[in-house]
Ligand binder design. Sequence first.
Ligand code: FES
Ligand SMILES: [Fe+2]
Length: 372
Amino acid sequence: MKNPARSAGGATTLPGHYYTSETIFHEELERIFMNRWICAGNASQLRHPGSYFIFTIGKENVIVTLDENRSVRAFYNICRHRGTRICTDSNGQFHGKIQCPYHAWTYGLDGTLIGAPNMSSTASFDRSQYPLQKVYCHVWEGYVFLNFSDDPEPFESEYEPVLDRFSEWNISELRIAHTEIYDVKANWKILFQNYSECYHCPTVHPLLARLTQYRDTAIHLDEGPFLGGPMNVSGGESMTMDGRLCAMPIPNLPDEKQRKVYYFTLFPNVFLSPHPEYVLVHRLDPVAPDRTRIICEWLFHPEAMNRPDYEPSRAVDFWDLTNRQDWDLCERSQEGVSSRAYIPGPYCDLESMLAAFDREYLKLMDRELAIR
Ligand code: FES
Ligand SMILES: [Fe+2]
């Protein structure tokens, strides 16, 4: 008889089906991703009215655009005539209107149906009844967040624990210096769990471990949908290939924040990592139980970009290397937890945030684990 291991605190890793089951994956999309505010992308992609990008999650496909008043709008990418997908390019520019390529029904940038050829003779057809269907959206720290529920909790209340926490980095003023996209063969929760501990740092990340000591950390948020805290950069100035700052620090960042790197998870699809001179953002798109697409962005202050000491590649290379080391271990974890022989194992006290993540996850999934 297999006996699930227990730590002194009783918290163990999740059973294998949470990482492998299609049924659980679809339930997660419905209960979590369709019900909470999720990050869809950086708002700087929307430069002019009509600029748009497409956001996909599960079967849902959303047009995120800027209307004539420069307000961000999000609509299901579905025509109200026969349901056709309207846009297929991942981003682009509308010229004042959104037109379906099938029978040319045409919508304004606010989603209203403004043209429907040959429909005037159709009995009781009322154009005003067929706008594009909206998805709630909100811009925070320069990122567009979407909520698919019909009656979402206000963004400010869901995000209250972190609403002003990052204001000193002025993230909405920063510019993306580099984007890297990774296709990782691991469940999205394995990626969250990996990001949330530095127990693995000495073995997996020798370069990172020279800059921050894995125990030299503080947890500022230890329960709920937002978890994380700082680590002291005791072996250098910042997280870069040579440990030196690779650009001018973020303007007006208080001294005590200039020798730290902060690691926060925003449930369910963002890792936010403010550094002294840049901010690293990972956005996770769950693709399948064993596949996650990760969009990783490095943001710097525009003023820093014009100075001779601006060398973002030292930060990009550092995190690209670290990311790949992490994804490799996450893929190995995915393989292991997919085995019939996998039994939940005990969390170390350095993994308290993983246990907190699991608690939050199980709460939202309305489940309790018998082994806890
Ligand atoms: S399906 Fe879009 S106009 Fe007919
Ligand atoms: Fe790592």
